[in-house]
Design a protein around this ligand. Structure first.
Ligand SMILES: Nc1nc2c(ncn2[C@@H]2O[C@H](COP(=O)(O)OP(=O)(O)OP(=O)(O)O)[C@@H](O)[C@H]2O)c(=O)[nH]1
Ligand SMILES: [Mg+2]
Length: 382
């Protein structure tokens, strides 16, 4: 494809050092935050991890590879965890004032790739560093990876939509739909958005990296990106990530630094864009307080339900015990009656024995008297 005689976007080429100094000196103009948080999102294999490696390399002045990149693209997202990348400033314990969050890529199928709801939670600061995304389940409040009280520092301050130039035309409606949902959520939270068009060398192998804005095909790709996702063309930046190179190149660095500088400037709008963003921030704070409150109420409801079940079970046991007692009482009553009858019988028997004894005494007396009469009379006469 032919080139334009004049670039369609003005860039001050060769001013790489100025942009580098700008991003190196950057400090957020808000005392509540230590750093500006930039979240990268986009389809699987778009070059998200490669972009943050490229930024790291430019800032360090040497090739680096902190984020793992998939060199043999196998279909599923290579990045699985929510990972924060800080860029070292010289000595190992000091870092630049902007940080990146890399996430799992988006996929066409509903149960594959990162879930839109998880990205919403990440933007609100609810996802802890190291959380492993599940394509099937959204991060829940009970999960260890859930940060229930995010600070302004934990929230995302600028959202970067990463699209590969060589496949922008092939983006499925489903992936575009997911990205639109994420964009709408970010807009509602007052998060500024930037787009980067990666893999420009793949889409236009003949592109002159020292003046990408003269390339007609690339212009068309950026317009396609803009119309598909609704991001204005002047918020989209073409980049070539370090992928096969072994040394830094000025033209590649310039594109990366230009994109990074814009991210920082757009991100600053999150803090200082006046009332709407501040209101959005307060709204998001209120939302998180509401969520915490709702969670407590849910817990209380659960506890009450459990107590109700316990009291039902206790009531049931009491009823059973009462039934047992009454049947025992009935049994005891019957046994008491039987015992009374037996006592009566014993008394009757005793009486009989006494009567028999008395009869026996009379009988013996009678025998003795009779014997005396029979034998004492004749003996006296004799
Ligand atoms: N030629 C070229 N290759 C690139 C560029 N950016 C990324 N790549 C390659 O594209 C492939 C995917 O890049 P990744 O950085 O892993 O993409 P990702 O968006 O992090 O992908 P997931 O983590 O799987 O979602 C890798 O092989 C990279 O080397 C680029 O600008 N030019
Ligand atoms: Mg990745």
């Amino acid at each position: 494809m032919s080139c334009l005689s004049d670039p369609w976007r003005k860039m001050q080429w060769g001013d790489k050092e100025r942009d580098l100094q700008y991003v190196k000196d950057y400090q957020p103009h808000n005392e509540e935050v230590k750093h500006l948080r930039i979240l990268l999102h986009g389809p699987v294999g778009a070059g998200k991890s490669s972009f943050l490696n490229s930024v790291n390399s430019v800032m360090q002045g040497r090739m680096t590879g902190a984020a793992l990149v998939d060199s043999a693209f196998a279909g599923d997202s290579f990045t699985k965890k929510y990972t924060t990348y800080k860029i070292q400033k010289g000595n190992p314990r000091t870092f630049y004032s902007f940080i990146f969050n890399d996430i799992m890529g988006l996929e066409k199928e509903a149960n594959k790739g990162v879930r839109v709801e998880d990205i919403r939670l990440a933007m609100r600061g609810h996802v802890r560093d190291g959380y492993e995304f599940s394509p099937l389940f959204t991060l829940s409040k009970e999960d260890q990876g859930y940060n229930s009280c995010p600070t302004l520092d934990d929230k995302v301050h600028v959202l970067v939509c990463v699209i590969p130039a060589d496949t922008v035309s092939l983006l499925s409606d489903e992936v575009v739909g997911k990205m639109m949902d994420i964009r709408v959520a970010a807009s509602n939270m007052g998060i500024p958005q930037v787009g980067i068009l990666t893999r420009i060398d793949k889409a236009c192998p003949e592109v002159d990296k020292s003046n990408v804005y003269k390339n007609k095909l690339l212009k068309k790709k950026m317009e396609e990106f803009s119309s598909k996702l609704g991001i204005p063309v002047n918020h989209i930046f073409p980049v070539k990530n370090y992928s096969s190179e072994i040394c830094l190149e000025d033209d590649i660095d310039s594109l990366i630094l230009c994109a990074l500088r814009q991210m920082i400037d757009f991100g600053e709008d999150f803090f200082y864009n006046g009332t709407p963003d501040r209101a959005c921030h307060l709204l998001s704070e209120m939302q998180s307080v509401r969520e915490t409150f709702q969670k407590r109420c849910d817990d209380l409801d659960k506890a009450i339900e459990l107590l109700k079940e316990d009291s039902k079970a206790a009531q049931h046991r009491i009823e059973n015990a009462e039934k047992c007692i009454s049947s025992l009482e009935d049994e005891a009553g019957l046994q008491g009656k039987a015992a009374g009858e037996q006592t009566k019988e014993v008394h009757a028997l005793k009486k009989k024995v006494i009567d028999l004894n008395a009869m026996l005494h009379y009988y013996v007396l009678f025998v003795l008297v009779s014997a005396y009469i029979l034998f004492a009379g004749p003996l006296g006469q004799a």
